[in-house]
Every structure is written in structure tokens, then in C-alpha cells.
Design a protein around this ligand. Structure first.
Ligand SMILES: *[C@@H]1O[C@H](CO)[C@@H](O)[C@H](O)[C@H]1NC(C)=O
Ligand SMILES: *[C@@H]1O[C@H](CO)[C@@H](O)[C@H](O)[C@H]1NC(C)=O
Ligand SMILES: *[C@@H]1O[C@H](CO)[C@@H](O)[C@H](O)[C@H]1NC(C)=O
Ligand SMILES: *[C@@H]1O[C@H](CO)[C@@H](O)[C@H](O)[C@H]1NC(C)=O
Ligand SMILES: *[C@@H]1O[C@H](CO)[C@@H](O)[C@H](O)[C@H]1NC(C)=O
Ligand SMILES: *[C@@H]1O[C@H](CO)[C@@H](O)[C@H](O)[C@H]1NC(C)=O
Length: 454
């Protein structure tokens, strides 16, 4: 039953991909094709008439594969400004000044921490890992799946969902949430509690005292418990009311997978790629994903590498990083002004400085609440000496090199050999002796400056 449902879903998606291509190519067929397969809820359907599509065609060729959401959504400022003068996507969109931020990361690379740098900003609508639902609905075992066709289907769906979410159409998420939301409400949004906007009024209707409000914002479980059903319509309204939006994901492998979104001038998408020493990622995953990384723990405990160990688990990380970083260092025109590389280790050492660089690249003001959050949650705030504080609340950034005490020397040797080109590219030093590995008084992180490509 499960199985056949999944294959149906895959078929449906494949057919959408084909129809999408048709639309892209001819730009004249109504998007209602998408509604006919039922993935785009009809009640929220954008009315994309032939006339609109003709308008769309007046943009550059790159625009022509886009929907008609801005044209018709009444609450979008873009539509009001476009009605007067002759229609142009880029001008109407930039008048809106909305920046869309994507944190491109992998698991255990510090992405929750980076996400917080946006989540804490009062003018940013932040979503934590919405693509979880796409993966769960389409390919529950994607991380294991090396099937190219499956990956492609999943990535196509992921891109389309990201586009909708940046346009605040949260209802498009509904097709992937299980059980299917009724009345546009759900209690099953993955990690809702990680998103401030979804735990504060108006989305969280619960009337809470100040103390309870703080609790809801610091404890994800409390948010889910006290805020009740999530009204996705209301969440979408809230998204539209904010100046910017940010999405964190570990489910897009490489920067090139985002090219279609980056090149969409209406989206004004900026990507922050977060990288981390793969040896650190490995050590952290071994602690966190105890089942999946069981054989690595066995290796560490016994000193002997199990013959059936899945080396792909770490090789894939290095391969994806290497391809993305090589692409971006080659500075292709499509990434100009749209890409910044951030090493987790640098953020750990200089959190405030790096946060400032990040916000400056994005062209956003670094809000006081973000600075305060950083100071509250890191030790490395020495660049704001007057307010230096050492809290035990959470010290996520302070332990970026802790992996050196957690992996066996063998495991380090294996990883740094498999990932050598990447380590060189990113400035992570290899070690050649266990003593060197454990001596934390010399860092393995070279000073490197990765300037945003402007
Ligand atoms: C879509 O447009 C058509 C023709 O302009 C109109 O008849 C129809 O009522 C519209 N539907 C919606 C949902 O706005
Ligand atoms: C957009 O930003 C520019 C420069 O940052 C500013 O001059 C302009 O007033 C802004 N427009 C809107 C609609 O906020
Ligand atoms: C949907 O909401 C309406 C009013 O908000 C309510 O009357 C109706 O019972 C709800 N339907 C379901 C399936 O929850
Ligand atoms: C969700 O919020 C919208 C907008 O405020 C409202 O119209 C709708 O009734 C709400 N839905 C439910 C089920 O409460
Ligand atoms: C920082 O910590 C102080 C004192 O614990 C607290 O009052 C404040 O709300 C915290 N701010 C943030 C943004 O976490
Ligand atoms: C650790 O490294 C530092 C700096 O490289 C060196 O001075 C020190 O002797 C080393 N300590 C040990 C125990 O090897």
C-alpha cells in the first residue's frame, strides 16, 4: 500500500516535470495543467491566463518559466506597482526590496546555528528545513538512494517548493505533509518550534505571559504544545508581512542544483553556503545519528574498520562540497552577488564579525536582537569585549574543533585522505601523527578569507 502510493507520487511528479518543461518551452499554456494532477491545491491556484503569460514573455528568456503569482496576488506590493507603468519583473520586484536567503548546508555542519542568525531577526520569516516533507513524501530513503532519476525528481520538487515558500505560498507545502492538513491547518510541520515566526503572535494565538512566551521561544516542544494547530494561511500572511525570508536546508546537495532559482530575477535569492571540516562533520554525525553511523562507532571502539562500512556517507559530503566550492571559486556570472561561502570554524571563532559580514553581503541590517542572541549563545564574542559574557545556555559555536578528541587517528587519516582536495581548497590542515591530532593548542584551520563574489 505504502509502496504503491509512493510510486504513484513519483509518477505524478515525473509527469509534472514534463508538463513544466512544456510550459517553460512554449509559455502559452495555462498552468492549470498543474492543478489537474492535484499537487497544487485548486483553491490556492494562481490564475495564470494567456494574457499574463504573454506579459511574462516580455521578460528575458530566463523569466519565461515562472508562474504568475506576483501578478495576481493582491497582497503582493509587486502587483500594485506593476499595474501602473509598463510591466517589468526586475523593477517591480526590486521595488519590493525583499531578500530571499537560502542556507545551503549539510547535516551537522552548524546550520542550526547559522539559521538562528536569521531566525532572531524580527524582519525575517525563517523556515527550518521545510524540504524535510518533500523528502519524506517522495523518497524516505533518499540519503541512501544514489538513484539519479529519483534524486532529480526530488530536486525538481524541492526547487518548486522553495520558490513557492519564498513567495509565502505555504499552502503548497500541504501536498507533502502527512497526514494531509485539513482546513489549511496542521500539527505536523517539521520542527515548527525552530521558527520564531511560527511561535509568536499572530501565528501562535495562545495568550501567554512573558515567562511562558520566553519558554515557547527557547523550547521547541513548548511551542508545539502551547501554540496548537498551525494555521498555514496565517503563517503565509505573516511571511508576507515580513521584509525578508530565510530557509535553511540540508537537502540540496550542490550549488548548481539551485541555479534555476538563483537566475530567477524575481526571486532575488542569495545563498549562504555553510561548509565545515568533514572530519568535524563525521565526528558530530557519529554522536548524533547513532543508528546510521553505528559501524563508524564500531570502528572507533575496536580500532578495526568494519568491512561493510559505508564510506559513501562521508565521501558524498566531500564530493558535494568540492563540486559546489569549485563552481563558486570559478566565479560564474550566474553567482555574481548571490553567493557567500562561510566556514563554520570561522563563525565559531568570530561569531559577531562573521554575522556582520553575512548581513553586509545580504544588504540587511544586523538587528540588535541578533547580536544579543550571539552574545548569549557563544563564548567567542570577544570582539565585543565590553559585553563579554560566558553563558552555559548553549555553546554550539565553541566546539568546532572538538572532533579532534572524538575520532580515532585511523578515522582521521581515512577521511582526510578521501577528502584531501577539499581540505586544501577550504584551508583545513591534515595531521600526520596522533600527537598532532590531539594537541588543540595548534589549530588545523588556516586563516583564509573567502570574500563574497560581488
Ligand atoms: C481566472 O480567469 C478567468 C478568465 O480571466 C476567469 O473567468 C476566472 O473566474 C478566473 N478564476 C479565478 C479563480 O480567479
Ligand atoms: C529599497 O531600498 C533602497 C535602497 O536600499 C531604498 O532607497 C528604497 O527606498 C527601498 N524601497 C522600498 C520600497 O522599501
Ligand atoms: C474547518 O473549519 C470550519 C470553520 O473554521 C469548521 O466549521 C469545519 O468543521 C472545519 N473542518 C474540518 C474538517 O476541520
Ligand atoms: C486560519 O487563518 C485565516 C486567516 O486569519 C482564517 O481566515 C482562518 O479561518 C483560519 N483557519 C482556521 C481553521 O482557524
Ligand atoms: C539574552 O540573555 C538575557 C539574560 O538571560 C535575556 O534576558 C535575553 O532575552 C536574551 N536575549 C536573546 C536574544 O536571547
Ligand atoms: C602542542 O603544540 C604547540 C604549538 O604547536 C607546541 O608548542 C607544544 O609543544 C605541543 N604540545 C605537545 C604536548 O605536543
Amino acid at each position: 500500500m505504502q509502496c504503491s502510493w509512493k510510486s504513484m507520487m513519483l509518477l505524478v511528479l515525473a509527469s509534472i516535470a514534463i508538463q513544466y518543461t512544456v510550459i517553460r518551452t512554449f509559455s502559452t499554456k495555462p498552468l492549470s495543467l498543474l492543478y489537474s494532477v492535484g499537487l497544487v491545491p485548486r483553491s490556492h491556484a494562481v490564475n495564470c491566463s494567456r494574457k499574463d503569460l504573454t506579459k511574462l514573455g516580455q521578460g528575458t528568456a530566463e523569466n519565461s518559466d515562472r508562474g504568475c503569482d506576483e501578478i495576481r496576488t493582491p497582497s503582493s506590493p509587486a502587483s500594485s506597482s506593476s499595474s501602473s507603468s509598463s510591466f517589468s519583473f526586475s523593477s517591480s520586484f526590486t521595488a519590493n526590496n525583499r531578500t530571499h536567503i537560502l542556507i545551503l548546508a549539510t547535516t551537522r555542519s552548524g546550520s542550526s546555528f547559522v539559521g538562528q542568525l536569521f531566525n532572531q531577526h524580527p524582519e525575517v520569516f525563517y523556515l527550518f528545513e521545510p524540504l524535510y516533507h518533500v523528502q519524506l513524501a517522495l523518497l524516505p530513503r533518499l540519503s541512501q538512494s544514489r538513484n539519479l532519476a529519483e534524486r532529480r525528481v526530488m530536486l525538481g520538487a524541492a526547487r518548486e517548493l522553495l520558490r513557492s515558500l519564498y513567495h509565502c505560498q505555504l499552502s503548497n507545502l500541504e501536498s507533502y505533509i502527512r497526514p494531509r492538513p485539513s482546513n489549511h491547518t496542521t500539527e505536523k510541520l517539521f520542527r515548527r518550534g525552530a521558527s520564531r515566526s511560527l511561535c509568536t503572535p499572530p501565528v501562535c494565538e495562545a495568550t501567554l505571559g512573558k515567562e511562558a512566551q520566553n519558554l515557547v521561544l527557547t523550547d521547541e516542544g513548548e511551542c508545539v504544545k502551547r501554540c496548537g494547530l498551525l494555521n498555514l494561511t496565517l503563517a503565509g500572511d505573516t511571511c508576507r508581512a515580513k521584509q525578508h525570508s530565510a530557509i535553511k536546508t540540508v537537502r540540496i546537495p550542490q550549488i548548481s542544483d539551485l541555479r534555476a532559482l538563483i537566475e530567477d530575477p524575481r526571486l532575488n535569492l542569495k545563498v549562504v553556503q555553510l561548509v565545515r571540516d568533514p572530519r568535524g562533520i563525521l565526528a558530530s554525525r557519529i554522536e548524533t545519528f547513532r543508528d546510521t553511523y553505528r559501524l563508524w562507532r564500531l570502528w572507533r571502539a575496536t580500532g578495526r574498520r568494519p568491512h561493510n562500512l559505508d564510506l559513501g556517507q562521508i565521501n558524498t559530503v566531500c564530493e558535494d562540497f568540492l563540486k559546489s566550492v569549485s563552481t563558486s571559486l570559478a566565479r560564474p556570472a550566474w553567482l555574481r552577488g548571490r553567493y557567500m561561502l562561510l566556514r563554520y570554524e570561522d563563525l565559531a571563532r568570530f561569531p559577531l564579525q562573521k554575522a556582520r559580514e553575512l548581513y553586509s553581503f545580504l544588504g540587511l541590517d544586523l538587528d540588535h536582537s541578533v547580536e544579543e542572541w550571539i552574545i548569549n549563545n557563544t563564548r567567542g564574542s570577544s570582539d565585543l569585549s565590553s559585553r563579554q559574557k560566558f553563558t552555559t545556555v548553549r555553546d554550539s559555536a565553541a566546539n568546532a574543533e572538538n572532533w579532534r578528541l572524538k575520532l580515532s587517528f585511523d578515522m582521521v587519516l581515512y577521511t582526510q585522505t578521501a577528502c584531501q582536495p577539499l581540505l586544501e581548497l577550504l584551508g583545513y590542515k591534515r595531521v600526520f601523527h596522533p600527537r598532532e591530532l590531539r594537541n588543540l593548542s595548534h589549530s588545523l584551520v588556516e586563516d583564509r578569507t573567502f570574500l563574497p563574489f560581488l
